[in-house]
Write a protein that binds this ligand. Structure first.
Ligand SMILES: Cc1ncc(COP(=O)(O)O)c(C=O)c1O
Length: 405
């Protein structure tokens, strides 16, 4: 039998959030051990149900969704997205600038495949949502990481971003609101990013899947609204705001000046056609989901589950000697810092593995987000309060004696 290896294209692709630690957790589950999974931003398993009217919409549309749609998606979905963009003041968006996808994930890969040639560079945050880095590598490009600064609310370090632009840079990616830090970028930071893109003629990709999950009365500003003279691709979807990650429902919007990107758009159209269309049944819920009452809002206010769990986890983590954490403003992640000297931590993956073995709680090490020091981990604070409380007391107990060998 001939031997088959994985494609050499995958050699430089790393995707450690689903790496050896998850495999070990799954192995333990196979042995019958209950693992508390704080590793993915998947609201449904933690009792965050999808809104009833969204589910009803889905059921009512099963019959009419049996066939393929046009490659970009059905009219009602794209019209609703166009109107959503209007309410948020996106410049120069028509229904033809909107593509639905099987989650934002499919579109991230698609838009990088369509853009990059070997050696082209894309500026990506560190820490990142690692699909961006992996998709750039898979498309033959080179991810270049700019630092997000923990001392400054995890905002992008503008000087670092400037330093990392080269003649091969084609684009800047931002994730706002951010996974894994929970940061929300203010207008001044966004304007400076736009200025860099303007000066070097770069495309901006803005992953805004958490734009409806903002707390503390703050407002999300889409970067596209600050850059009508540039080409901006904004990605969004229902996985988080409507707790339907399993439905695989996302979209992307092309805005601003498209005069110099017609070739790229042709490529996107081709790639979109090659996958025929996104899940039509999921597209059917977009109009209902985006219009009218937004049930997520209550969860983000004082008394709401996400808000209260954020308060708890932020205070509990900062209360543990050797841990500090910046308060997240959005989404449902926190990215705490470990005192590596105190715990003699040299390997962050080992740290989360040791915690998994002892307490059966699965976290993701900072390296999974292309963070290059072994001093962070990410925690998803979606589980019920009792589980979060248990996790925090376990962490306190664990760190009281933990020293890496
Ligand atoms: C920043 C970010 N972008 C994209 C995605 C993928 O979302 P989707 O379910 O729409 O593929 C996630 C999921 O965790 C995310 O955190």
């Amino acid at each position: 039998m001939r031997k088959f290896e994985k494609s050499s294209k995958l050699e430089h692709v790393s995707y450690d959030v689903r790496g050896p630690v998850l495999e070990e957790a799954e192995r333990m589950e196979d042995e019958g051990i209950r693992i508390l999974k704080l590793n993915t931003g998947n609201p449904a398993p933690f009792g965050f149900d999808a809104p009833n009217e969204v589910v009803r919409d889905l059921i009512m549309n099963v019959r009419s969704s049996e066939g393929y749609s046009t490659s970009k998606g059905i009219f009602s979905a794209r019209k609703a997205i166009e109107q959503y963009c209007q309410t948020k003041n996106f410049p120069n968006v028509t229904i033809n600038d909107i593509y639905t996808g099987n989650g934002v994930s499919e579109l991230i890969t698609m838009c990088m495949q369509g853009l990059l040639d070997h050696g082209d560079e894309v500026l990506i945050p560190t820490p990142d949502y690692p699909l961006w880095t992996a998709s750039v590598s898979l498309a033959g490009g080179t991810p270049v990481h700019y630092i997000c600064d923990e001392q400054a609310e995890w905002y992008p370090d503008i000087e670092d971003m400037k330093k990392k632009v080269t003649p091969r840079t084609k684009a800047i990616v931002i994730i706002n609101p951010n996974n894994p830090t929970g940061a929300l970028y203010p207008k001044e930071i966004l304007e400076q990013i736009v200025e860099i893109a303007r000066e070097h003629q770069l495309i901006i990709y803005s992953d805004e899947i958490y734009d409806r999950l903002v707390m503390d009365g703050l407002t999300h500003i889409p970067i596209a609204t600050l850059a009508p003279d540039l080409f901006v691709v904004t990605l969004n979807g229902l996985s988080k705001s409507h707790r339907v990650a399993g439905f695989r429902c996302g979209w992307m919007v092309l805005s601003g000046d498209k005069s110099n990107v017609q070739g790229y758009i042709e490529g996107l159209n081709m790639l979109s056609s090659m996958r025929l269309c996104s899940n039509v049944l999921s597209q059917q819920i977009i109009q209902t989901a985006l219009g009218g009452y937004q049930s997520i809002d209550e969860l983000l206010l004082p008394g709401g589950r996400i808000y209260e769990q954020r308060e708890f986890i932020y205070n509990a983590l900062n209360d543990i000697p050797g841990i500090t954490a910046v308060k997240p403003k959005a989404a449902f992640y926190i990215f705490p810092k470990l005192d590596v000297k105190k715990f003699n931590i040299k390997n962050d993956e080992q740290f989360v593995l040791d915690f998994l073995h002892k307490y059966h709680v699965l976290l993701v090490h900072g390296g999974g987000f292309n963070w290059h020091e072994p001093d962070h981990f990410r925690l998803v604070y979606l589980p019920q309060m009792e589980d979060l409380k248990l996790t925090m007391s376990s962490m306190r107990e664990f760190l009281a004696t933990y020293r890496q060998k």
